[in-house]
Design a protein around this ligand. Sequence first.
Ligand code: AMP
Length: 474
Amino acid sequence: MHEKCGVVGVSLADRAAARPLYYALYALQHRGQESAGIITHDGFQQHSHVEMGLVGDAFDPADIASLNGSNGIGHVRYPTAGSVDSSCAQPFSVSFKSGSLGLSHNGNLVNAGALRDELAGLGHAFTSDGDTEVIAHDLARNLLDSGLVEAVERTMGKIHGSYSLTVMHDDRVLGLRDPQGNRPLCLGELEDGYVLASESAAIDALDGELIRDVRPGELVVLDPDGSGYSTYRLTTLDHTAHCFFEHVYFARPDSTIDGKLVYEVRRELGRKLWAENGIDTDVVMPVPDSGRAFASGYAEAANENEGSVEFAEGLMKNRYVGRTFIMPTQDERERAVRLKLNPITSTVEDKTVTLIDDSIVRGTTSTQLVELLRDVGASEVHLRIGSPAITAPCYMGIDMATREELIAADRTVEEVRETIDADSLAYLSPGAIADALDTERDDLCMGCITGEYPYDIDGEPTDRPVRQPVIADD
Ligand code: AMP
């Protein structure tokens, strides 16, 4: 399961939650395009609308009007290659003896199987193979004999992996971030209530104010009348495991995540890329849009030091082509890159070019682009990448390809350069990422570049002393 998603929750004084949730999901659309959903609660009952497709297609005005109540949660789900499965669309909802529950999950549990087996043994029936349903059932069970905070704490003691959740228990909206804070989640204030969202750009879309990030291991409970919130730090660990790739690629550049504006982080990474591996060429150009902030920081640093690098757009992006990454075959992925990006001849012809992107995963994009730039007359093509080489899969929720598909998994930098056919290739160092984020390497999840993970994943080494909880009937 690769659940790289966007979550939101709002509690308002006396306004329907559906429309603000809908706008927030629009702002989080980049985090998931497979399905979109909203669940609200009107004080008596839940209302739900979950549909496959983009936010704009999933809801019509009648759907929004039918979602009554001033409290609610929403979700956008990331597409995975292969089958599109509506049973995994979210928010997930379940009614049980002590009320109704709705869950929106971003992340990936690594012990969902064990927990599912335990709950199935106790008579719980599951309708999907997703890990969110497992969390929902465990929480529902705990709520039968515990108060809300204690029930969440008990569930938290059993689940292992990355999760940022917005949850609705009857009309109460909560936000929960895993003890290592892998996936982002933040809290904001609106004129007439409060909001929890994966990224602050969703709070901006509602004219709200970002209050702060939800802390790792923290539960935030919104008052159903929109008047305030309570917070509970349920666990505190020595180190966090924030996902650096949110800053590099996934999050919107206009979002603030864990106290840092993503755009500024990317520009700083670009500056460091120049400092570590700058090369003098006629022109510096980004791969749009993923390389843009990196390239502007890189060119700025180059000009401070050398004086005369031209920063130009050399590739035009067709914004109507979806993500090439999720195309099922290599042939289709290559075709899609050519459809998506077309060169601007005047900036490329007879020039030495530095092409900047955030990351190389399978190598499809960079191989295609180097060839394309050479075809239109670039005399040299140098690649500079704003993150370290990705050599291992992500188990924490980013759809990153398997180890066999990763171009750098079993190649040296020189071998990758050769495969891509660039004149030179350089990546950014892991240390530069930690520096740009003003943090320690130990506080970041770098599993995809080191192959060692901050979670206890079957068959993989860990980078810190972590253990899956022992699952036993309590
Ligand atoms: P690839 O062509 O497989 O090497 O993928 C690299 C390109 O895809 C870069 O332009 C990245 O900006 C982008 N990318 C990186 N990670 C992901 C991801 N998890 N999902 C979709 N696109 C990605």
